[in-house]
Design a protein around this ligand. Structure first.
Ligand code: ZN
Length: 249
């Protein structure tokens, strides 16, 4: 099995298209998505359409928020959430199409385990909401509890920071390990990073390829400027959401 794992697309169709083009050369059988297909970016409908064709997609906090509340969202995220909702309900589109989108969002699972590999948006403890960030590696209680819930390997997104958390309490950034992690026993949690809104200081789209043993981290350049201009031209989306794309923060 050789799969591509993508996450946190955030309605960025330019980033998603570039990543799909890159994936086309990776000889993968399937694409799985760890959630947050929507929110922040200007093309939620288009991104949902594409992701629906993948093997499976999990529920992210933005999918959850668009269907329920998003009470924990900050002002800018909430503004984008309202705009996204309008897009998905837009009378400009066929009503059946809109139902299909909402049905898809309503059908997303929170976690998926295949063999000894687990997939979740945030963390095994709090599937859609808990962040895994590099400083967590010093929080032994958190890491121990989370590793106790992982069969062998767990893929997450949500924090938009790619890397590997090992059960001997190390955080390995993709740079530090030459872009590849070999899983040889023990347990590990892998963050695939974000396709549409990286926050590790590198604006290029992030995703991983997993062949059952090795996880390879990839970064893909895309036309950031076009996405930014679309956001600037959309009154319902705060400019800040464009500004951050170019710096990857
Ligand atoms: Zn996200």
């Amino acid at each position: 099995m050789r799969i591509a794992i993508i996450s946190d697309i955030h309605a960025n169709i330019e980033a998603l298209s570039a990543v799909l083009e890159h994936i086309a050369d990776q000889k993968v059988q399937d694409i799985v998505c760890l959630g947050d297909v929507i929110g922040y970016g200007p093309n939620p409908r288009e991104c949902i359409e594409i992701v629906r064709a993948g093997r499976f997609c999990l529920m992210g906090n933005h999918e959850e928020a668009v269907m329920f509340y998003g009470e924990d969202f900050n002002e800018k995220a909430r503004q984008a959430l309202e705009w996204t909702k309008e897009q998905l309900n837009s009378p400009q589109y066929d009503r059946t199409k809109n139902y299909e989108m909402w049905n898809f969002l309503g059908s997303l699972e929170e976690t998926r385990t295949e063999g000894d590999v687990m997939f979740v948006h945030g963390s095994p403890r709090v599937p859609t909401k808990e962040y895994m960030v590099p400083t967590d590696i010093r929080n032994r209680e958190k890491m121990t509890e989370i590793f106790s819930m992982i069969p062998s390997l767990c893929f997450v997104g949500h924090s938009h920071i790619p890397g590997v958390y090992t059960d001997n309490f190390q955080f390995l950034s993709p740079d530090r390990i030459g872009g590849a992690y070999n899983h040889q026993g023990g347990k590990a949690l892998v963050n695939a990073g974000s396709v549409g809104q990286p926050r590790d200081g590198d604006p290029r789209a992030s995703y991983v390829v997993f062949d059952g043993r090795t996880v390879r981290f990839h970064r893909v350049e895309y036309d950031v400027r076009t996405t930014m201009d679309k956001i600037y031209a959309t009154p319902g989306l705060p400019n800040y959401l464009a500004d951050r794309l170019i710096v990857g923060r």
